[in-house]
Design a protein around this ligand. Structure first.
Ligand SMILES: Nc1ncnc2c1ncn2[C@@H]1O[C@H](COP(=O)(O)OP(=O)(O)OP(=O)(O)O)[C@@H](O)[C@H]1O
Ligand SMILES: [Mg+2]
Length: 219
């Protein structure tokens, strides 16, 4: 089943949104809007679909994320108190325990949506590429198996054209959304569906904006 991305204008680019039981990668350089998109997806899920969400953060503190989303009028703190959203600060060097921990939390609160922001840190901490692959694959498989919808983010270095820092995650996920900062006078940001296993999708580059209501695709 399709689940709305929560971003105005984005669902129609993806044949209706994200698919249940998939993991979707949000890739982009720093400041392109990856964390905002993830938060918007969780917030929209709670408000419009009554679906609970888990936000696993490996870089920023939960406090920082709460503060950032509050600017858009998304009160995560209250939703956390009510049990709709759970923020988890996860130590990236602990990747082997991620799957078990995530599964426990999902089961306990019956969360439908899971964000892991970002997986780049795991790639940085693990020296053994095989271990990174194994751990990431396990966590992605678990999200699929549990029929949830996962969003994972990956940072791309400033002068790079790749989809993630170490080129591991992009082969494992079901879809990839690339966010870019263009810095043009009219269109500052763009979004592209780089891959989508489940079906037809837009292959164009779409400008998007970040306003006080969050992210919206402009055309
Ligand atoms: N309230 C707001 N209104 C408009 N734009 C905003 C607002 N808050 C943040 N932004 C823009 O969003 C950017 C940050 O977005 P976000 O934190 O999602 O980026 P990111 O891709 O997660 O970056 P990083 O890789 O560093 O974590 C800021 O640099 C700013 O340009
Ligand atoms: Mg971020």
């Amino acid at each position: 089943m399709k689940v709305s991305t929560g971003v105005p204008g984005m669902d129609k680019l993806m044949g209706g949104g994200f698919d249940e039981g998939t993991v979707n990668l949000i890739s982009g350089k720093t400041g392109t809007g990856k964390s905002i998109l993830c938060s918007q997806f969780l917030y929209d899920g709670v408000m419009k679909r009554k679906q609970k969400g888990v936000y696993i953060t490996t870089e920023e503190t939960a406090k920082n994320i709460r503060r950032q989303v509050k600017n858009f009028g998304w009160d995560f703190e209250t939703l956390e108190k009510k049990g709709w959203i759970r923020m988890i600060e996860f130590e990236p060097f602990d990747v082997s325990t991620l799957t078990t921990k995530m599964q426990e939390v999902i089961d306990k609160m019956d969360a439908k949506r899971v964000v892991i922001d970002s997986v780049s840190m795991f790639e940085l901490y693990l020296t053994n590429v095989f271990e990174i692959r194994k751990a990431l694959f396990k966590v992605i498989q678990k999200i699929r198996e549990m029929e949830r919808i996962g969003l994972v983010t990956a940072e791309v270095l400033e002068d790079s054209n790749s989809l993630s820092r170490f080129g591991v995650i992009e082969f494992m996920v079901d879809s990839i959304i690339v966010l870019q900062y263009l810095g043009l006078a009219k269109y500052k940001r763009s979004l592209m569906i780089r891959k989508m296993r489940m079906g037809d999708h837009s292959t164009n580059i779409h400008p998007f904006g970040i306003s006080k209501k969050g992210i919206a695709v402009l055309r």
